[in-house]
Design a protein around this ligand. Structure first.
Ligand code: FE2
Length: 389
């Protein structure tokens, strides 16, 4: 091909490109909304858009969306971001609300002029705030899904016949975390699509979720009291204590490349737990339920669970814990209390294999907790009743 013909072809391609319509891209909600950090007087709504936006939530009592929630920090309204986290505050306990999320695209963010694009409005959903006065509540617990989101789908769908108030994701729902897409695909999207637009999920970090280059970004996608992975809250007759046991091996293990500090982290949580079990909310609750991914079990091989056994377990006994819900072992089991060793039963959920994955359902009434553990195959593999002491 001579030079003249090459130039002719290049010009032709250029003119063709000019003639083609520019594809019209629409602002999109990539995932969500999903509810986080529920309390008696607040609910946090989160979602993710494909381009940077500023966002708000329209909400109100059923049939109305006459109020608007925004989020600002240090006087600045959140803007130019794709992850949206809007706490709605000043709500009443145990009340139903309607809401919808709204995001406005920011095309250009200049110091003295922000150019906005289109606005997107999500569908209307409902949620109910928590309430200590609610007589009976129910909640579900999933653990060790290890990115098998088909298992989340089957376990949640098979739980749909009876209502529930909360879903606890009790660790290792992901594997090691590499990027945002993984968090969206294996946690946020399946949960949002199945239940989390109307029922909050509570994130309990598993040891695998401390691994990978994106693990340090995970708190950006969740909301919890004080923003951490250990905290307590109340709903109905239950005082929930969520704890983070960190990793299973020693901090010096080569797998962690010198980048973990879990002994000190567990020691700080121990100090927190010592105070927590003395709070009025904990002492006066009808039931105290602990959610922790790694069960505190002494073992010559595993440092993390042994550390929990030695340092946290005595406090769980002193705090008169009624029930512990765990995972990590990839083997479902019901562990009876052992007086003076572990004064509370442990229900340990299953593994990320078909027929071995479990959903634990807890129905809490003023006088008892009824626990049922069912596999994704629909087989009940554990039941337990805790009577009020
Ligand atoms: Fe684990």
């Amino acid at each position: 091909m001579n030079g003249c013909m090459q130039n002719h072809k290049r010009n032709y391609v250029f003119l063709l490109a000019l003639a083609l319509p520019i594809p019209c891209r629409a602002l999109t909600i990539v995932t969500g909304p999903y509810l986080q950090n529920a309390s008696e007087t607040s609910m946090t709504v989160m979602w993710i858009t494909d381009v940077p936006c500023t966002s708000w939530v329209e909400y109100g009592t059923p049939g109305t969306l006459d109020q608007k929630a925004i989020h600002s920090r240090h006087g600045l309204i959140d803007a130019d971001q794709t992850i949206h986290r809007i706490p709605i505050e000043g709500l009443s306990p145990g009340k139903e609300y309607e809401y919808r999320v709204c995001s406005r695209e920011i095309l250009k963010f200049e110091a003295y002029k922000v150019t906005y694009g289109e606005t997107i409005t999500g569908e209307t959903h409902k949620f109910t705030t928590l309430s200590r006065d609610k007589q009976s509540i129910s909640f579900l617990v999933l653990n060790d899904i290890h990115q098998r989101d088909d298992l989340i789908t089957s376990l949640i769908k098979m739980s749909a016949s009876k209502p529930y108030d909360l879903v606890f994701l009790n660790g290792d729902i992901l594997g090691h975390i590499e990027d945002e897409q993984q968090v969206i695909r294996h946690v946020l999207k399946p949960c949002s699509d199945l239940f989390a637009a109307r029922i909050p999920f509570v994130w309990v970090r598993g040891n695998h979720e401390t691994r990978g280059k994106f693990a340090r970004m995970l708190p950006n996608y969740m909301a919890a009291p004080q923003g951490g992975y250990y905290y307590a809250f109340d709903h109905g007759p239950v005082h929930f204590i969520v704890m983070d046991g960190g990793e299973d091996k020693t901090d010096a293990s080569s797998e962690y490349s010198g980048l973990v500090d879990f002994d000190r982290y567990r020691a700080r949580q121990r100090v927190w737990l010592e105070k927590e079990i003395q709070t009025e909310a904990c002492r006066k609750a009808a039931f105290r339920v602990v959610l922790i991914h790694m069960p505190p079990i002494a073992s010559e091989r595993w440092h993390g669970p042994t550390d929990l056994y030695n340092t946290w377990r005595p406090l769980f006994n002193a705090g008169k814990i009624d029930l512990m819900l765990s995972g990590h072992l990839h083997r479902y089991m019901v562990v009876e209390p052992e007086k003076g060793i572990r004064d509370y039963p442990m229900i340990i959920g299953g593994a990320p294999q078909a027929g071995q994955a479990t959903v634990i359902r807890v129905d809490a009434a003023p006088d008892k907790l009824e626990i049922t553990m069912t596999t994704d195959a629909g087989q009940v593999v554990g039941t337990y009743r805790v009577q009020r002491k």
